[in-house]
Design a protein around this ligand. Sequence first.
Ligand code: C5P
Length: 379
Amino acid sequence: TVLATKAPVIVAPSMDANMFQNSITQDNLAKLKARGFTIVDPGYGYLASGKVGLGRLADVEKIIGTVKQVLGRSGDLAGKRIVVTAGGTREPIDPVRHIGNRSSGKMGYAMAEAARDRGATVTLITAPTSLPEPASMEVIRVETAVQMKEAVTKASAQADALIMAAAVADYQPKNVAEAKIKKEAPTLTLELVKTPDILTEVKGNLIKVGFAAESEDVIENARRKLEKKKLDLMAANDITAKESGFAVDTNKVTLISRDGKIESLPLMSKREVADRILDRVVGMLDGRSVELIIKPFMIKLRRIRIDSDKRGIFPPLGTGFDLELDDGSVINTYIDKRTGQIWKNIRQWFKAHPELKAGDKVIITVVEPLKKYRLEIIK
Ligand code: C5P
């Protein structure tokens, strides 16, 4: 049956540790991998032989996670890299104490799993939680806001989207005591300093989604944060509402997008909320670039016409924007009101590409919405 099937095949080996580590088994597994089979590596622990070693059948959760990832390979996020943060950061006071918060990590983990199941390559950057580690994604464990910022900055350099579901501490102790603080003094004053705002500091051509846990003026505060942090989407929730917010499996959020659109979702599972957010991310990722086919008149006149159905990502006709060319130079240009063509300063690009012919495809990608774009030839 396995030889006949066209379905993806997942193998979860389970055997004695010496058998598993034997080079014959390892060679056979490598051969299966090379043929496109997916292997779920066994776990470490007690074996049927009575010994302890590597050979226990992988956790059922891990096997199910792998099945979901393999089935999701052709999902609407296939080929996309998504960074998700989760959990509440911990800011140390001394070697045994920290400032924490009530985040359970459930929303972030649901986001990461949903993205994985839709085909994305996921990096989950998580502060401590009591949740089991999700399968088939890169998991980076951090404790503090500063560590989370470092991990997010590194992972985001390659990412298409960053979803910040973590509850990041806003303040950290200015000095961390080297030894456990004694409880002799009747009062204790801690001096706190601001942590870096991760969402604000991560730059680049990626979709940024934030969560705003609010206890009053939910929409207004969330909208203000979306502006301040330059986000594409904000998921706002009222943490005083029952069955919504921390530690529960359900959430009631309102999605606010950069264009001002507000959508209030009903109470639903965190997984469903995650999928609704990802629906929006998919839409935004699709809307980040336009593909154009070069026509003979464009080469002759050294102009690029943007068809009317493809002008949505650009500023209004006649309004200037920067266009980065493939040699790294940046020109300032606009789409002409009358002709729908980009002609100002674009001649140099045509001159640099004498090989360009009708039928070739180019792609224009948003670098900074309404301000900066990149023009590339699709080979
Ligand atoms: O400002 P506030 O903390 O309410 O904003 C919430 C959003 O900002 C969340 O998405 C959270 O992950 C993110 N955040 C951040 N860096 C901080 C604090 C919050 O990226 N230092």
